[in-house]
Design a protein around this ligand. Structure first.
Ligand code: PLP
Length: 362
C-alpha cells in the first residue's frame, strides 16, 4: 500500500496500531458479511452485541479480572468521570482523598469542588511544576476512595508503583496509560480512560468499576450519570459510540494476540522509553523535564537549550516525517508521546533525527 504516513508522536488523539487501521478500512463497507458498515448497523443487533461483548471479555482477560468488575463504555470522556465519581460515591458524609500530579488531577479535584463533595488534597507536586510523583503520602483510612492520575500526559510523569492506601480503593484516571502495563486490579475500585490516547479513537471512555462501588450510589442521580444504569444495560442504555467501541475491540485484540498481553506490552514500552531517555541522559542538549524516578513511559517531555531551538526542532522534525513533538501549549517545550501503538522503529527514527539536529544546532 503506497500510503504516506508520518511517525506520529501526537499526545491525543494519537497513533493507533497500523494493523488495526487496516482492519477497520478493509471491513468498513461490509462489516462481517452483513453488507453494511459498522457505522450503519443497529447497536441492538447481534453483530454489535458480539463486538461489545468481545471488547469486555478481552478487557477482563487483559486485566485479569472476573465478574466482580464491570467494564463500561461511556461518553463524555475522562472529563465526565471527574464529576461522576464524586457524584456517585460521595454522599452520606463520605469523603475522598485526591493526589494532585498535574493538569488532569487538578481538573478532577475541581469537579469535586464544584459539586461541594468533601475531599482532601493529600499530596501535590505543584511546588515543582508537577515534575515528580509525591512519595510517602498519608492517606486517610476512612476515605471512600483515593483518586490519582496514573500517567500525567502533559507533565510527563507516571506512577511507577501505585501508592499503599490500605483498604481504601484507588480510583485512577488512566487515560494515557491504560493497557500499557499489567495491573494489580485488587487495589482499584475504579479505573477509567478516555480512549483517544492509548485505546482507540475519541468518543468513548472505558470505565472498569468494582461491584462494591455500586453499593455506594444514592438514588436520585440523573439516569445517564448513575453508573448502575450503564452496568445494568451493558453500556447500551442509549445509543453507544459503536465505531469507537469497535476500534477499541480491535486494539484490545491486537494487544492480546499480536503483542501477547500486557506483560509483553510493558516490555516493549520500557524498551522504547529506555532508548529515548537513555539517549537524552547522555547529552546536555536535550533535558527531560520529569524527575528520573517519576518519568512517564508514555509521554516523554523535554526541553532544548532555548525556545527558539525548540521551535526549529519541531518544524525540522515535521520536515523529516516526525509529527506531534510540540509540548502542550500550557507548558511549552517538546513532548514525544510513545503510547502502545508507537513502534520501536519509530522511536529509533526519532533518536536518529535528534542526533542529527543536535550536531547541526548544538
Ligand atoms: C486527555 C486526558 C484527559 C481528558 O480526556 P477527555 O476524554 O478528553 O475528557 C483526562 N485525563 C488524562 C490523564 C488525559 O490524558
Amino acid at each position: 500500500m503506497s500510503v504516506n504516513r508520518i511517525c506520529n508522536f501526537n499526545a491525543g488523539p494519537a497513533a493507533l496500531p497500523e494493523p488495526v487501521l487496516q482492519e477497520v478500512q478493509s471491513s468498513f463497507l461490509d462489516f462481517q458479511g452483513c453488507c453494511m458498515s459498522i457505522v450503519e448497523i443497529s447497536h441492538r443487533s447481534s453483530i454489535f452485541d458480539d463486538v461489545i461483548n468481545d471488547a469486555v471479555a478481552r478487557t477482563r482477560r487483559l486485566l485479569n479480572i472476573g465478574e466482580e468488575y464491570h467494564v463500561l463504555f461511556l461518553q463524555g470522556g475522562a472529563s465526565l468521570q471527574f464529576a461522576m465519581a464524586p457524584m456517585n460515591f460521595l454522599t452520606d458524609g463520605r469523603f475522598a482523598d485526591y493526589v494532585n500530579t498535574g493538569t488532569w488531577s487538578t481538573k478532577a479535584i475541581k469537579e469535586a469542588q464544584i459539586l461541594k463533595k468533601a475531599h482532601n488534597v493529600v499530596a501535590s507536586s505543584e511546588d515543582r511544576n508537577f515534575a515528580y510523583i509525591p512519595k510517602n503520602i498519608k492517606f486517610n483510612k476512612d476515605a471512600t476512595y483515593a483518586h490519582i492520575t496514573s500517567n500525567n500526559t502533559i507533565k510527563g510523569t507516571q506512577w511507577a508503583h501505585f501508592p499503599d492506601t490500605g483498604d481504601v480503593p484507588i480510583i485512577s484516571d488512566m487515560s494515557s496509560d491504560m493497557m500499557s502495563r499489567p495491573l494489580d486490579m485488587s487495589k482499584f475500585g475504579m479505573i477509567y480512560a478516555g480512549a483517544q490516547k492509548n485505546l482507540g479513537p475519541a468518543g468513548v471512555c472505558m470505565v472498569v468499576i468494582h461491584d462494591d462501588m455500586l453499593k455506594l450510589i444514592p438514588d436520585g442521580l440523573p439516569t445517564m450519570l448513575d453508573y448502575r444504569t450503564h452496568v445494568s444495560k451493558n453500556s447500551m442504555y442509549n445509543t453507544p459510540p459503536c465505531f469507537p467501541i469497535y476500534t477499541v475491540q480491535l486494539v484490545l485484540k491486537w494487544i492480546e494476540e499480536t503483542i501477547g498481553g500486557l506483560a509483553e506490552m510493558e516490555k516493549l514500552n520500557l524498551k522504547k522509553a529506555d532508548l529515548l531517555y537513555g539517549f537524552m541522559d547522555a547529552t546536555d542538549f536535550y533535558r527531560p523535564t520529569a524527575d528520573k524516578d517519576s518519568r512517564s513511559l508514555m509521554n516523554v517531555t523535554f526541553r532544548l537549550p532555548s525556545e527558539e531551538l525548540e521551535k526549529k526542532f519541531v518544524a525540522n522534525a515535521v520536515d523529516n516525517g516526525l509529527g506531534g513533538l510540540k509540548g502542550h501549549r500550557s507548558v511549552g517545550g517538546c513532548r514525544a508521546s510513545i503510547y502502545n501503538a508507537a513502534t520501536y522503529e519509530n522511536v529509533e527514527k526519532l533518536v536518529e533525527f535528534m542526533k542529527v539536529f543536535e550536531k547541526n544546532n548544538g
